[in-house]
Write a protein that binds this ligand. Structure first.
Ligand SMILES: *[C@@H]1O[C@H](CO)[C@@H](O)[C@H](O)[C@H]1NC(C)=O
Ligand SMILES: *[C@@H]1O[C@H](CO)[C@@H](O)[C@H](O)[C@H]1NC(C)=O
Length: 578
């Protein structure tokens, strides 16, 4: 196993994650299998309690681990499947060591940060690096493990990890360990001088801890000048061509190309004594994706119904999945944000409507209402993604109703799927007050109910989290199922879940008889996974309980998203006939 460790200095949020994902993509294009580990020097142990208010999206992993956007980026760029142990935190390591101490594993000796914590970190890295990762086909142990050390060098929190990594380079040997550093090169003054001081400081700090980076990535708004590289080279003890310019590019997908142009793959091959199976790297498809994404002339308007004003970050993977799908249909994605609660008719006399915010008037609210509906009506397709909280649900139901009646392509994910079922029950079956017990425990017609999974270890119901199989029927109500086609006519697919509520099994018969087909179910047939209207009734009206966005990849759009975009771009018929 070859290890590439990347740390960063001075400021966080430099795009370290994207740089590392891009290194991985380049190696992948050179024929290697790559895995990655993110070290977060926090005390948090379990992301299960991660607040969406603070973290934006909770990226759900195959094994049910809940991570943040960095692991999502790694999965998308590296085309691999990672697990919860690919995220190491200070808290997780300490918990493990303390549990050992409690069990008496240390035979009553004094337990210390060095060596006990530092050893545990090294063992953890080695163990996780050897977990097989390949996403498709045979799973395989990676050739290279990329390790991102979160935080910045010099933080108190990262110290113990830096010490562990210092030891680790000897444990695995020089030719198996390569340190890289991501730094900021600010451009200052009217002449636009590129400043190297922050880089010098960061590298000096690292070197004082016994760690010498072999490659330095310079994050800069403009291409890094040869003279800047020369300076960094002389102060930081790296050859000038190992100072790599990561300047601003049109989109993040250009970064692997930028690294390749600067010969990073060969530097890695030489330092780690690897023969690259494919050299020069075969990155043509990726390049096509990166370049074309900004060049389509025909647009496709998609309305995303959610809660944005505050939580745009929560829809990160959904937006990526829409992007991937829009490239697949060769359209420029025009994403319109529609605030769900704006879809409700403003009514001063309705006490259930949210009170006016400071400075807001009913006139404002009416204008926003009109604007939201104008966007929805002008959209080529609509998506209602997963969400939390009762606010906005009635607006999402209104959107689902509109799309159903007006035959507008609609994709519902998680709550967006439940909303679709609630709408159908209310307006087609006439079930008055059809609702979810998440929002109204005593509603007259609970069509969505609490259905946790039974956890054998913890005795009790927990959230349904991680990958589960869905069985898809090829035919429903005498017609071919759209979802079956979209998934390449596979009868079993695995997608990731994160929910506690589900369609009420007692209502399924009634609803499907009325025309909304549940074409995807779990293997017990009690949990509804995919619903759709037949194509003779509606061009594309599909919902899924799981979150397909987590497995969408740049060159492999997620089937439901691909379906939505094809329907919105008028390409679905052709696809289904093929
Ligand atoms: C790793 O887990 C911690 C603690 O749960 C969390 O705060 C952090 O965001 C996670 N990092 C990644 C990359 O998922
Ligand atoms: C469903 O429940 C929510 C939360 O109580 C409520 O706001 C909404 O009006 C209910 N809808 C119907 C149709 O009963």
């Amino acid at each position: 196993m070859k290890y590439i460790v990347v740390s960063g200095g001075v400021v966080s949020g430099l795009g370290k994650g994207i740089t590392i994902s891009s290194i991985g993509r380049l190696l992948l294009s050179s024929g290697l299998t790559v895995t990655s580990i993110k070290i977060d020097p926090y005390l948090n142990v379990d992301a299960g309690t991660m607040s969406p208010f603070e973290h934006g999206e909770v990226f759900t992993l195959h094994d049910g681990g809940e991570a943040d956007l960095d692991l999502g980026n790694y999965e998308r760029f590296l085309g691999v499947r990672l697990g919860k142990d690919n995220n190491i935190t200070t808290g997780k390591v300490y918990r493990k060591v303390i549990a050992r101490e409690r069990r008496g594993d240390y035979l009553g000796k004094t337990v210390q940060v060095v060596p006990h914590i530092t050893n545990e970190i090294q063992e953890w890295i080695e163990r996780v690096a050897h977990e097989p990762v390949q996403e498709e086909g045979e799973s395989k142990v990676a050739d290279v493990c990329l390790i991102e050390l979160g935080g910045t060098v010099g933080d108190i929190e990262s110290m113990v990890f830096l010490e562990a990594l210092r030891q680790f380079q000897f444990r695995v040997g020089d030719e198996n360990f390569m340190l890289m550093f991501v730094s900021l090169v600010p451009v200052l003054g009217s002449v636009g001088e590129q400043k190297t001081k922050p880089t010098q400081h960061g590298v000096k700090e690292l070197r004082s801890l016994g760690l010498s980076p072999k490659v330095i990535f310079c994050r800069c708004s403009t291409p890094v000048e040869p003279s800047t590289c020369a300076k960094i080279s002389s102060f930081c003890h790296v050859p000038a061509d190992h100072c790599i310019s990561v300047h601003d590019v049109d989109n993040i997908y250009h970064v692997p190309l930028l690294l390749m142009e600067q010969n990073l793959h060969n530097m890695i091959a030489t330092a780690l004594k690897i023969d690259l199976p494919i050299n020069p790297p075969n990155i043509a498809d990726w390049r096509k994706f990166a370049v074309s994404i900004d060049q389509f002339t025909v647009t496709c308007k998609i309305a995303l119904i959610g809660k944005y004003s505050t939580f745009q970050d929560s829809y990160l993977s959904v937006i990526k999945a829409l992007k991937h799908a829009s490239v697949a249909v060769e359209r420029d994605l025009d994403l319109m944000w529609v605030e769900a609660s704006d879809l409700i008719v403003p009514d001063e006399n309705d006490p259930t409507q949210p009170p006016l915010e400071e400075g807001e008037t009913w006139e404002h609210r009416k204008a926003k209402h009109k604007e939201a509906w104008d966007m929805l009506k002008s959209a080529d397709g609509v998506i209602v993604p997963g969400g939390f909280g009762v606010r906005g649900v009635e607006g999402k139901i209104a959107a689902a109703e509109y799309c159903r009646k007006e035959k507008k392509p609609y994709l519902g994910v998680c709550l967006g799927f439940q909303v679709m079922v609630m709408e159908y029950a209310r307006n087609v079956l006439g079930m008055s007050g059809a609702n979810s017990t998440e929002f109204d425990e005593n509603c007259e017609n609970p069509v969505v109910v609490f259905m946790p999974e039974i956890d054998k270890d913890n005795l009790g119901g927990t959230m349904r989290l991680g990958a589960r199989d869905t069985l898809i029927t090829p035919h429903a109500n005498g017609e071919l199922s759209t979802s079956f086609h979209l998934y390449g006519k596979k009868e079993v697919v695995s997608e990731r879940h994160r929910h506690r509520y589900e369609v009420n099994p007692e209502k399924i018969d009634e609803i499907s008889k009325a025309g909304l087909s549940f074409v995807g179910k779990d293997e017990t047939s009690t949990r509804m996974e995919i619903a759709e209207l037949p194509r003779s009734v509606h061009p594309f009206y599909v919902g899924c309980q799981y979150h397909p966005e987590f497995q969408s990849r740049p060159l492999k759009a997620s089937p439901p998203f691909h379906g939505l975009l094809m329907a919105a771009a008028g390409q679905l018929n052709e696809f289904l006939e093929k």
